[in-house]
Structures are given as C-alpha cells and as structure tokens.
Design a protein around this ligand. Structure first.
Ligand code: NBP
Length: 485
C-alpha cells in the first residue's frame, strides 16, 4: 500500500515544472513529481531535487496514490493535446472533489471546456496563468488562477506562498474568476507584454536612427527612466541588453537578426479583441510589427526602392527630445493598459466573470515580465473605484496623459518627418484622440453604408430608429436588415 505523503503532484518536468516543484519544496510542501518520459523523474530526483523532500512517481496511478486528499495535481506540460491526454489518464485515479490544475499557457476556450467537462465528473478544474519564466517559477511567479471556485480554498495557501510578493508583501496571486478566467487574464497579460516590448523597441529605433545615440547613451537613458514612473522589469533588461558587449567589444544586440518570433498569445489577444469589438489597437500593432519584421527579404528589397524622407536629421534640442520620448513612452503605455483592461471588462461581462481588476493589477505587480511600479497605480485606480469605466478616466491617469500629450505629439511628429516607424506609439495616440472625440466621422460612414447597401442609419435626435434614404433617386425604399457582425 503506497502512503499518501504528498501535498500536491506535479506533472511536467521541463523548465517550469522543475522550478515550481523546487519553489514549493522551499515553502515546506511535499511534492510528487511525474513526467511522460519517466527517466526524467529519476534524473530530477538524483539531480536538482537531491536532498529535498520531493518524491517521484513512475506512473499516473502511483502519482495519485501518493497524494493526500483532496488530491491536487498540477500540469506544466505543452498546451493543447498533452493537457487533455493527461486529464484522461488521471480521471480513473481521481475521486469527487479532487483538483486538476493546468499551469501551462492554454488557450482560455480550452479551459472553459475542461472546467465544464470536469465539473460534470465531480472534479474541480483550475486553469492558472503562470508568468515569470524560469526565475519566476523558481523564486516567485505571478500566478493567475481561475476555474471552479470550490478548488480555491484548497490551493490558496500553496499558491500564495510560492507566488512573488509585491513590495508591500502582498502575494502576486489572487483568485481571478470562474471557468477560463485565469487563462484569459494570462492571455491579456501576454498581449500587454507584446505591447510593452514593441513600445520600447520603437523608442530604441528613434534613439539610434533619429538621434544617433550610442549604446552607452541609450543604456544610461533607460537607467535614468528606470528610477521614475517607467520603473519596470522590461526597461531594466533593455538597459542591460544595450550595455552588453560581444567578445569583440561591440554591442551584441546589433548582431541579432531583426526578425521577431511569437508563440501566439499576442495573436489570441488581438483576435479576441476583434471578436469582442474592443479596440485593443496597440497589442494588434505589436503583433503586426512582429509579422512585418519577419518579412526580412521583402524589407531588404523595399529598402532599396521605396522612397523615404531625404536626409532628415534631428536638428533640435536632443536632451529635451529624450525627455519627451520618455513621456511619449509612458503615455502610450497607459493607453495600452487601458485597452487591455477594457478587453477584460468586456470578457467579464460576456462570460459573467466577476473579475477583480485591482487584484489583477496586483498579480502583475511582481513576478511577471510586465511587472512595474506603474501597476501599483493601476491597482490604486481600481481600488478607489472598482467600477471604473476606463483606466484613462481615473484622475491619476487623466493627469498623466494630459501632462504627457504635448511631448507625445511632438515626438511622433518628428519621428514621422524622419521616416521612423512608430506603429505602437502612434496607434496609442490615435486611440487617445479617438476616445476623447465626442464626434467621430462615423456619421459619414453610416451614410456611405446606407448609400451603397441600404444598411440604414440612426439620426442624432432619434437614436434607435433605423432610417433609409434613397440617396440617388434611383434605388428603392427597401432597406437591409440591421445586425452586428
Ligand atoms: P514545454 O512547454 O517545453 O513542455 C515540456 C513538457 O511537456 C514535458 O514534460 C514533456 O514531456 C511534455 N509533453 C510534451 Br512537449 N508533449 C506531450 C504530450 N503529447 N503528452 C504528454 N506530455 C507532453 O515546458 P515548459 O517550458 O516548462 O512549459 C510548460 C508549460 O508552461 C507550457 O504550457 C508553457 O507554455 C508554459 N509556460 C512556459 C514558460 C516558460 O518561460 N518556459 C512561462 C510561462 C508558462 P516529455 O519530457 O516526455 O517530452
């Protein structure tokens, strides 16, 4: 008879799984480790786990037998079929009230499905975003658990113990919401990460190409920015990357091929925003920018034949411009987060998830790739007003964008004149200007739609009443039916 000694089982002994197990062990939990290729269990027990309380299993049956009740099994395997395969293997060895946690980067519709299917079998499913990479997993990740709420009291202590801690000591882990909410929030987190990275890259190109700054100057600027409102992990690593010299003494970053890869979570966010009709334009541009970067051969050909501005060099006050560039970056970042929270707000309504936005900002405050001081301000905004309609309406962010807008416009005007691409910085300003316009030109658009397709329009003084005009005198009076695509 195998003794039930372990507090939790963990399947998947790659980089994330191994480090999370060691982190759990550090916090006094006994973990049972399992992996599809079982030789990796022995390698782990004889290697990194040697001398710890970690135990191993060589079959799913043995793993389940070693777990205290209710059993808790966490999966850290490749998202997709592997998760479903393990759930099927686990089911015969679990009983009602046991918990399966998927900590991989699963797409949220899969988590919605799994949560429902497992609930029907009496098993509590949790889909948890895990962010922070290898180091986060080992010393404190940001954890975003959602799913069957009955599971939360059983996993709360272990999750909050192993999570990163914000500067005030609060764990970067809270219950996100029902069903697929945890993986949804992780998806938006990753989308925002795409946006933050793209914004920094655009600033780097302006500094290098427009201002002719050296790598030392650029690194020093990022270092300076990291002391104030832009203080964040991504600004910090950008400083380090710009300083990093190859063995020949030149900056390594300039030797790296300028084509960006992606694993799909940014794309998922963009597609989801289109499906929900929420203008998450900055993340969309960040994904498209990676796509454009990967068209290297075409860009090389285009660079030789497509005209740009002739010999434009920045002529103004360089120091002032760098300060304005920091303001532009900050303002665009605010817009990106405002868009991300708009998307989560809509998803919350669509799925009836009670998302706690202050809690989400706190979860991202530490441990994850987008961690920053700025997220503390977002937490404050939603703590002050949990029903906040838009982050930009919060007094702090209203003032921050108002203070930055002149610099933001000036920087973009110069970048456009110099022919330097700024898709994310620009779309953020366009969104900001669109949002603050009481009237947009969609009245003309509606007229065009009605002109060519009899799609009807509403009048300002009679909203809700759909009218069709025979614009040419040739068409009939029949209109198309109205519906939202
Ligand atoms: P990987 O994503 O590289 O997955 C490796 C694990 O998946 C191994 O245990 C492997 O077993 C197992 N696996 C695979 Br691959 N195909 C399988 C299948 N068909 N059936 C069963 N098991 C299978 O590991 P990772 O980088 O540690 O990431 C784990 C999860 O966490 C992923 O969902 C990832 O997206 C997510 N994540 C990763 C990071 C990161 O920084 N790496 C950060 C945040 C989240 P084997 O040993 O037998 O091949």
């Amino acid at each position: 008879m195998v003794e039930a000694v372990a507090d939790i089982g963990l399947i998947g002994l790659a980089v994330m799984g191994q480090n999370l197990i060691l982190n759990m062990n550090d916090h006094g939990y006994t973990v049972c480790a399992f992996n599809r290729t079982t030789s990796k269990v022995d390698d782990f027990l004889n290697g990194a786990a040697k001398g710890t309380n970690i135990v191993g299993a060589h079959s799913v049956e043995e793993l389940c037998a070693k777990l205290k009740r209710p059993r808790k099994v966490m999966l850290l395997v490749k998202a997709g079929a592997a998760v479903d395969a393990f759930i099927q293997q686990l089911l015969p060895h679990l009983e009602e009230g046991d918990i399966i946690i998927d900590g991989g980067n699963s797409h949220f519709p899969d988590s919605i499905r799994r949560c429902k299917e497992l609930e029907e079998k009496g098993i509590l499913f949790v889909g948890s975003g895990v962010s922070g990479g290898e180091e986060g997993a080992r010393y404190g990740p940001s954890l975003m658990p959602g799913g069957n709420p009955k599971a939360w009291p059983h996993i709360k202590n272990i999750f909050q113990d192993i999570a990163a801690k914000a500067p005030d000591g609060a764990p970067c882990c809270e219950w996100v919401g029902e069903s697929g909410a945890g993986h949804y929030v992780k998806m938006v987190h990753n989308g925002i990460e795409y946006g933050d990275m793209q914004l920094i890259c655009e600033v780097y190109q302006i500094m290098k190409e427009g201002l002719g700054m050296t790598h030392e100057e650029m690194a020093n600027t990022f270092e300076e920015w990291n002391k104030h409102e832009l203080d964040s992990f991504l600004i910090e690593i950008t400083r380090d990357i710009l300083k990093f010299k190859d063995t020949d003494g030149t900056p390594l970053v300039e030797k790296i091929l300028d084509t960006a890869g992606q694993k799909g979570t940014g794309k998922w966010t963009g597609i989801d925003s289109l499906d929900r009709g929420i203008p998450v334009t900055l993340i969309g541009e960040a994904v498209y920018s990676r796509c454009l970067s990967s068209l290297k051969d075409e860009r090389v050909r285009a660079s030789k034949i497509l005209a740009g501005p002739k010999d434009v060099k920045f002529q103004g006050d360089k120091k002032k411009f760098i300060d304005q560039l920091g303001q532009a970056l900050y303002a665009a970042k605010i817009v990106s987060y405002a868009q991300g929270f708009m998307l989560m707000r809509q998803a919350g309504k669509d799925y009836n998830w009670k998302l706690n936005f202050a809690g989400i900002a706190l979860m991202w405050r530490g441990g994850c790739i987008i961690r920053s001081v700025f997220l503390g301000k977002i937490k404050d905004a939603y703590t002050n007003n949990p029903e906040l309609e838009n982050l930009l309406f919060d007094p702090f962010f209203q003032k921050a964008t108002a203070d930055a807008q002149d610099s933001w416009r000036s920087v973009l005007a110069d970048a456009i004149k110099m022919g330097i691409p700024t898709p994310a910085l620009s779309t953020a300003l366009n969104f900001y200007d669109g949002l603050r316009h009481e009237k947009l030109p969609a009245n003309l658009l509606q007229a065009q739609r009605d002109y060519f397709g009899a799609h009807t329009y509403e009048l300002l003084d009679a909203p809700g009443k759909h009218v069709h005009t025979n614009w040419t005198g040739k068409g009939g009076d029949v209109s198309a039916s109205t519906y939202d695509a």
